[in-house]
Write a protein that binds this ligand. Structure first.
Ligand code: FAD
Length: 417
């Protein structure tokens, strides 16, 4: 990895109030035609543009983003990356993503702060223990690192969870996935944006797609708030807004959109050095580099585009955290936020051509698409550049809702996404 700035430059900029740094990506006006347009400047859209340029050598590419890049779910998530899935199709997809994450800082020359501190899915009841044992077997058979931990190992590793006299919810076992962890969400968006821009991709912020240009029943461009932009192929990676946008092309997707919330506490001294997911309540937590406890849980119960989220779910998530760590009951919460996620009936993403030729989909990541960004971008870029599925994306085509070949990870691994 080559350093882009010398130590002297860094000191000089510090002394003159950081006024001389160049922008990390340009602010181009959109051209009227490109080879490819990707709608959505989140991680998946930016990664798609990057791999179109880098892997397929296609430089006439634009990403259009209605707000600012990374302002959607990519900048709102709890940064967990992992590959603990049940079905071989999911393992192939999410393990590709994790392997790409492992080399991403070097690939993009941008520190995405990957921290593979390990993830533990904690089980209490016999049913949860059975799911945990099944998941460990499936992961091992599929070549993913996984161990089953008994209560003694958990007690050793998580004294804060298991030594409190008030704990009435002591764990009986869990799935340990050492390569899981966290990565810095903004850095992933910024890293892909800077690298794509460096390869000539136009990243156009404050430009909303408001419709599609359809000629002879095929998509030949996008109508935007900055005018019509024509393209050979259009990719759509707009997460929770996929069904709204695709309706403008006359496509009905099997997606419902819900708010997913997360919270952070005041900073603490280091006390939680792994990522923890509680299979019983769905609450999960990690500690950020600043010391905050970052945590979240399930979806709000009612489909909505209201990004604030609802108090009843906050209550469930907070009680899940204090069930696990009674000592955290004293913490002050600093912030709460939400994002709109795209939920598919079998809890697996949709990657594939839309029913309108020229239009391609990357959506349905629900509560877990941050960890998939490098793979989602690789696979959508492959599809757009070649017109054909990569073998890993084939099972995730929209046609599975016609053939019934669903990949139900909520049932398989006990984790919705
Ligand atoms: P986004 O980052 O949402 O990007 C889509 C972009 O499209 C947005 O910037 C939006 O402004 C833009 N857009 C929408 N409509 C239009 C339009 N018409 N024209 C132009 N632009 C448009 N995943 C994990 O793997 N691990 C986690 O720990 C995790 N935690 C989460 C916690 C919360 C609270 C939330 C909300 C999500 C979490 N996720 C997690 C899910 C993850 O954040 C998403 O699946 C992922 O970020 C989706 O990336 P994306 O690029 O598809 O979408």
């Amino acid at each position: 990895m080559s350093a882009r700035y010398s130590a002297l430059t860094i000191v000089r900029e510090g002394l003159r109030g950081h006024r001389g740094w160049p922008q990390a990506w340009r602010k181009p006006k959109p051209q009227r035609t490109y080879d490819f347009v990707v709608v959505g400047g989140g991680g998946h859209g930016l990664a798609t543009a990057y791999y179109l340029a880098k892997t397929h050598g296609r430089r006439r590419v634009a990403v259009i983003e209605k707000g600012w890049i990374g302002g959607g779910n990519t900048g709102r998530n709890t940064t967990v990356v992992r590959s603990n899935y049940f079905y071989p199709e999911s393992v192939a997809l999410y393990d590709l993503a994790l392997r790409l994450y492992e080399g991403l800082s070097s690939e993009l020359n941008f520190n995405v702060m990957l921290s593979q501190r390990g993830i533990l899915n904690v089980a209490h009841t016999p049913a949860q223990l059975e799911i945990a044992a099944r998941l460990v077997n499936a992961m091992q058979i599929n070549g993913v690192d996984a161990e089953f931990w008994g209560p003694d190992e958990i007690r050793k590793r998580l004294p804060l969870m298991t030594q409190s006299l008030n704990s009435r919810f002591l764990p009986n076992g869990g799935v340990w996935h050492p390569r899981g962890g966290t990565a810095r969400h903004d850095a992933v968006a910024w890293g892909y944006a800077r690298a794509a821009d460096g390869l000539g991709v136009d990243i156009v912020e404050a430009c909303e797609a408001i419709g599609f240009v359809i000629e002879n029943a095929a998509c030949v461009g996008v109508e935007t708030t900055l005018g019509e932009i024509r393209a050979e192929a259009v990719g759509v990676a707009v997460a929770g807004h996929s069904s709204q946008l695709m309706a403008k092309a006359g496509v009905k997707l099997p997606i419902h959109s819900y708010a997913l919330q997360a919270m952070v506490s005041e900073p603490l001294k280091p006390c939680l050095d792994i990522v923890l997911l509680h299979l019983g309540t769905g609450t999960y937590a990690s500690q950020s580099d600043k010391g905050e406890i970052v945590f979240g849980g399930g979806l709000d119960r009612v489909p909505s585009y209201g990004q604030r989220g609802n108090p009843p779910m906050q209550e469930i998530v907070v009680s899940g955290l204090t069930e696990m760590f009674p000592a955290f009951g004293q913490l002050k919460l600093m912030r709460q936020w939400g994002g709109i996620v795209d939920f598919v009936p079998d809890s697996s993403p949709i990657i594939g051509p839309a029913p309108v030729p020229g239009l391609f989909l990357n959506c349905g990541w629900g509560t877990g698409g941050f960890k998939a960004i490098p793979a989602g971008g690789t696979l959508l870029a492959h599809l757009m550049a070649t017109g054909a599925h990569h073998p890993i994306s084939r099972p995730f085509d929209l046609d599975r809702f016609e053939t019934g070949r669903l990949i139900d990870e909520a049932a398989g691994s006990g984790i919705a996404h």
